[in-house]
Design a protein around this ligand. Sequence first.
Ligand code: GLU
Length: 356
Amino acid sequence: MAVALLLCAAGLAQAQTADATAPGAELRVITRVVAPFVLKDAEGYKGFSVELWQAIAKELNRPFHFVEKGNVKEIIAGVKAGEGDAAIAAISVTAEREQQFDFSQPMFESGLQILARADQTGAAGAWSQILPLLTSTSTLTVLGLLAALIIVPAHIGWWVERRKENHLFPPQYFPGIFHAMYWATGAAAGQQPDPLYSGIGRLLSTLLILGSLFFTSYFTATITTSLTVQQLKSDINGPEDLPGRKVGTTTGSTAAAFLRGISVEPVEFSKIDDAFSALNAKNVDAVVFDAPVLLYYAANKGQGKVRLVGPMLKKENYGIMFPQGSELRKPVNEALLKLRENGTYDAIYAKWFGAQ
Ligand code: GLU
């Protein structure tokens, strides 16, 4: 009985594999949403990979339906578990994946790139760095100190000197106080002040010169530290700036593997859109992912919010994935080449990425 059941199950499994490649059978195509390759709206699926697959299926004269997964890790697991006859989305061909699966001819040239917030560096972002610095507590302290070094000594100086014979300061409050402030500013900036007549005035001058020494070093130190901290926080100019930062990408992606390779433990999101939201909400400092996906976001929903950093970090090709030994690979490859030759591929490409 048990043997009979086993035989029966084996027969079924064989029948299923045979079915998938039998002409007319509905193909199960695993995919995942990743714009602009796969998008989903009320009317259904669209995008570069979706339209390319539709054209391939038409060439093969085969009906199909999509089986949607959450991320590339689930796509890989799905193909492995026999839940689909093929998988298409933005799947990079890698040596490791090639060991366990079959891939079509390359269907798209891609690669990894860094995406950062628009305000992080560059000329456009300069003001957003300087403004917080100007209003930061340390700057306010500097301004307060400056007031204490000029306004208070100017009043004391004017008061004790206003009736002295050398007429350094006029006796009336106006313009006397302005003369006194000019004198105090010079002293606070470290210049030799005009000698005051009274003992108190001379003591005041001495204190001011000493105070200015302290003030100058405090001011220089504060500005230098704030600028350095500000720069440390914001500049992402290449992969060398990524270690020690929070970097987002998608679960199980080649970008996640790349980041681990440069000692960055990525923050993994199932949907790339969630990584973009985290970048905008400052929950991550950068996103490393497939360049065409980043470009599409930067030119659409992310316009003005994000910027692409530097050149591609690594080139990759996308392919259609099959279970190992799939009989579908050869006809799909033939269809793909035909679509490249008859201009269909270029038309779909131009629709989603502009003319080549
Ligand atoms: N192209 C990348 C990969 O295959 C990302 C795919 C994705 O997140 O959909 O790993």
